[in-house]
Each structure stands twice: as C-alpha cells, then as structure tokens.
Design a protein around this ligand. Structure first.
Ligand SMILES: Nc1ncnc2c1ncn2[C@@H]1O[C@H](COP(=O)(O)OP(=O)(O)OP(=O)(O)O)[C@@H](O)[C@H]1O
Ligand SMILES: O=P(O)(O)OC[C@H]1O[C@H](OP(=O)(O)OP(=O)(O)O)[C@H](O)[C@@H]1O
Ligand SMILES: [Mg+2]
Length: 282
C-alpha cells in the first residue's frame, strides 16, 4: 500500500484534497481525521502539518508527500521534488518600510523576522551577508511595527498583507514556490505504484489546462487549421459525408481556446465546439 502525506491545514490542504479527489482517490470526510485508507486504490493518506511533511517523507516511513517547495527547502530534509502541482503559487521575498533597504546587501547588521528561517539563513549565507534572523510562527508583517525586526521575509501572493502593513518588497525574489509532490531523495523512481499515482495527478493537471476542440473545415483549409490546433501529438481528422469537408479533433490549451476559435472561424472552419476534459492519461 502506498503511504502518502497530505497537508491537514492551511493554504495547501483544500486544493490538495480537491486534486486527489479529482484523481479518483478517497479523501477524508471531516477535518479531524488523521489518516484514511483508500482500499480500492491501495493508498493510505496521512493528514499532517504541511511543515512536517518533508521530514516524514525523508525518514522513509511515508513514500510520497504533498507540500510547498518553500517548505521543503526550509526544512532542509533529505527529500526531493518530483512533480509541480500548479496551486499555492507564491514568491518568497524580503519586505520592509519603504526606504529601509534596496537589496540583500543592505541587510548587514539588521534583524530579519520570518517563519522560514532555513530559507532565509541559507540565502544570507549564499550572499555573504551577516544579519540576524528571528523566528516567528506567522503574521510576521506585524514584527516591524512592534520593533522585533527591521525587515521581514515572507510568502507573497497578492501583496495585500504587505500593503496593509505599510511594507514594500525589495531585492530579487528569494524563491518561487508552488505545491509539489516529494519523495525521499534517491527513492526508487520506477516503483509502479508511485508512477501510477503521478500519472493520475498529471492527468488532473492536463484536464485542468486543456479543452477538447472539434470543428469542420474544407479540405483546402486543413493545413492552416491544423497549424492552429496541432494537438498534443497530432489532431484526429475524419471524413465528413459532405465531400470536400473534414472533421478535426484536437486538444488545445484552455486559456487560448477563444482566440483559436476566432482564428479557425476566420479561415472558414464551422461548427467549432470546445468541451471540458474530465480526466486523461497521456
Ligand atoms: N497567500 C498564499 N498564497 C499562496 N500560497 C500560500 C499563501 N500562504 C501560504 N502559502 C503557501 O502555503 C504553504 C504554507 O502552508 P502553511 O499551512 O504552513 O501556511 P499557511 O497556508 O500560511 O497556513 P497557516 O498560516 O494558517 O498555518 C507554503 O508552501 C506557502 O508558500
Ligand atoms: O500576498 P498575500 O496575498 O497577502 O498573501 C501572503 C500572506 O498569506 C500568508 O499569510 P497567512 O494568512 O497564512 O497568515 P500567517 O502569516 O499567519 O501564516 C503569508 O504568510 C502572507 O502573510
Ligand atoms: Mg500562513
């Protein structure tokens, strides 16, 4: 049975459970459940604090985990990223009152408050900057107002929390993060159960980002039309009862679907339809 760690709280937990559900896995019914077995799919899910997941996976007691890239790096645990999942996207940045600093080099002798001490200490060391780091559990934006630090380093998504605290980011982003699947560093990559789990999640990612497009066009326009909808491998082209016409079917990126429909219409394609993809294996 595959043993997988899933975030039990915070920004990662809802989207992770949604993705697993879309991939056909049973998920817990209420938020107090700590583990569940999905006997049909032969998977056991452990609901753990997002911060602890890399540590469990590195220990080898759990096969895989879903966590944030920033949390993995911060933990320093012996685990590695194997699949990015495209949700909980954020950047990790320094911020301070306007005019405090322009780059990491200005942090010498200053105090930085953060919940991600591992990332910050590592970054300061890489840059050769001697600054103090204060660990706080959350709401670090307030640390400056209350005089605990001159600078913070935190997760930034929309920037609303910083704006509300009268702070501004400075310097280059320290890192870009999103939800990821991790395994113990060097664990067997070919394990069939692991591969099947990853294929299911990849299927969800594709189903979320692509739509199926169908249309009819004149044979003379086929090459132009196919150039607009090359599909993932190659589009399906079927003859129509009306001579001189063909039906074409191809997957297209959902974000481009409306533009592609306009372009197809402009070259004479008709009966252009897009439909959602609910699941797929590529
Ligand atoms: N506002 C946000 N937008 C996108 N991702 C976020 C946001 N806040 C946190 N994350 C991501 O969530 C993960 C942290 O999860 P964690 O549960 O520890 O914190 P949280 O979501 O802030 O929850 P809480 O603060 O309630 O404990 C990290 O990967 C982080 O990048
Ligand atoms: O750029 P934004 O869209 O404002 O999002 C970023 C904020 O979201 C998270 O905070 P959370 O609400 O989880 O509180 P916390 O600081 O206590 O973790 C993070 O720590 C930032 O404060
Ligand atoms: Mg938080």
């Amino acid at each position: 049975m595959l043993r997988i760690a899933v975030p039990n709280k915070g920004s990662l937990s809802g989207p992770a459970a949604d993705m697993l559900h879309e991939a056909g896995y049973q998920q817990r019914r209420e938020s107090k459940e700590l583990r569940i077995v999905d006997p049909v799919n032969e998977v056991e899910f452990f609901y753990l604090r997002p911060r602890d997941i890399a540590i469990y996976v590195a220990s080898g007691r759990l096969d895989l985990g879903i966590t944030g890239r920033d949390l993995l790096i911060d933990s320093g645990a012996d685990a590695e990223e194997i699949l990015p999942l495209g949700f909980a996207r954020s950047t990790f940045r320094f911020a301070a009152k306007p005019g405090t600093a322009n780059g990491v080099e200005d942090l010498k002798g200053k105090t930085v408050a953060t919940s991600y001490e591992g990332i910050v200490a590592g970054h300061l060391e890489d840059k050769g900057v001697d600054a103090s780091v204060v660990h706080l559990d959350g709401a670090v934006e307030t640390a400056i107002e209350l005089g605990v630090a001159e600078v913070i380093a935190d997760v930034v998504e929309t920037g609303t929390s910083l704006r509300n605290a009268g702070l501004e980011v400075f310097g280059e982003p320290i890192m870009k993060s999103e939800a990821i699947v991790i395994r113990r560093t060097g664990a067997d990559a070919e394990e069939p159960k692991v591969q099947q789990f990853l294929r299911r999640l990849q299927g969800v990612l594709v189903a979320r980002t692509y739509v199926m497009m169908d249309y009819d066009c004149r044979v003379e326009q086929l090459e132009k039309a196919v150039a607009l909808t090359p599909g993932l491998e190659s589009p399906t082209v079927s003859p129509l009862h009306n001579e001189g016409w063909v039906a074409v079917r191809a997957m297209v990126p959902a974000k481009d679907a409306q533009r592609i429909m306009d372009d197809l219409y402009a070259i004479g394609a008709r009966a252009i339809l897009t439909t959602a993809i609910h699941a797929c294996r590529l």
